[in-house]
Ligand binder design. Sequence first.
Ligand SMILES: [Zn+2]
Ligand SMILES: [Zn+2]
Length: 396
Amino acid sequence: MEKTVASEPHELLGQLHSTADEFIAIRRAIHAHPELAFEEQRTSDLVAECLRNWGYQVHRGLGGTGVVGVLQKGEGTKSIGIRADMDALPILERTGLDYASRLPGKMHACGHDGHTAMLLCAARYLAQSQDFNGRLHLIFQPAEENEGGALRMVEEGLFEQFPCDEIYALHNAPGLPVGQMAISSGPAMASFDRVTVTLRGRSAHGAMPHHGIDSMQCAASIVLGLQSIITREIDAQQAVVITVGSIQAGEVYNIVPESAVLKIGVRALDPDVRRKVEQRLQAFVQAQASSYQLECEIEYLHKYPVLVNRPEQTEYARQAAIRLLGADMVGERPPTMGSEDFAYMLQHRPGAYIRLGNGVGEDGGCMVHNPLYDFNDKALHIGAAFWVHLASSYLV
Ligand SMILES: [Zn+2]
Ligand SMILES: [Zn+2]
């Protein structure tokens, strides 16, 4: 293929569309063999082999199955990092597609198969058909779902070994038409904390509860009372979600349960609000427990941080998307209360996280984490063209 200095964005779309079938085949092969967090062996083998064939220096092992592909062109000293996630979810697929998961109970239900394939599509084009001046880092991470693969890569030296001036990632968005992208500056995804509360009282005959100390009564009181932290103590303009997702207590009608375990998820869009909710939740639960004469243990695990898009990189990504797709195809994206571990990378390097339309209705509108979801292959070359254009216009 002939090399171009910087392909016109509208030509890029056509060029990547013409190679899309090959990468759609790769996407479907990944889809058929989903791998859960930190088990992405087959997927990372495929990624590493492709990158090596196209002339990338390939580094493996960060975060276990992580792969980083490095390509330098020219003498330029600028560097950019682009991340794709590779992991699947523990869901039983029900799409009935001919390339559906071969592994019952595992499924690419978040479209990370598409993210991986589109970055590979961009990788080949950037290596073979696109000039640029500087250093490109393509980061394929494990375990985005719940297990913080991005944090492990960062802790194991991602940005020391592969310094990036700026970093970017994208996620497919069901409900947003194919051909559109969306991004907003500031908090884009919520922090997520996992809290396990264990209450211990004393069992008793259900007919004589006064001989026991009832953990169930206290658990019920905590479930209801926790919401008043949000409604009475946090500024109504601040977004917080507290979800009690599980109560385990007791077995039968006539025994006062000795213990109760509550599993609680806490989400916020502001680090200070996150801290305040933690402090108040701990104090509230302890006070409730002691008012019911129960012992109480709280395990408060900080999971993903708030994902914050930096203004400058958000604008850079937005302008790149506008040049590629047109101004009317690039919208704002209000924050959501979901979480994303790219937030850890954004704590260390300036960057932004952008949404790519996956389609509406029957054509790509099924929400992620659903057994009927599928990444929309019509969006693959659009995401790839975005990466090519973003990287090549940065590395000049
Ligand atoms: Zn997901
Ligand atoms: Zn995802």
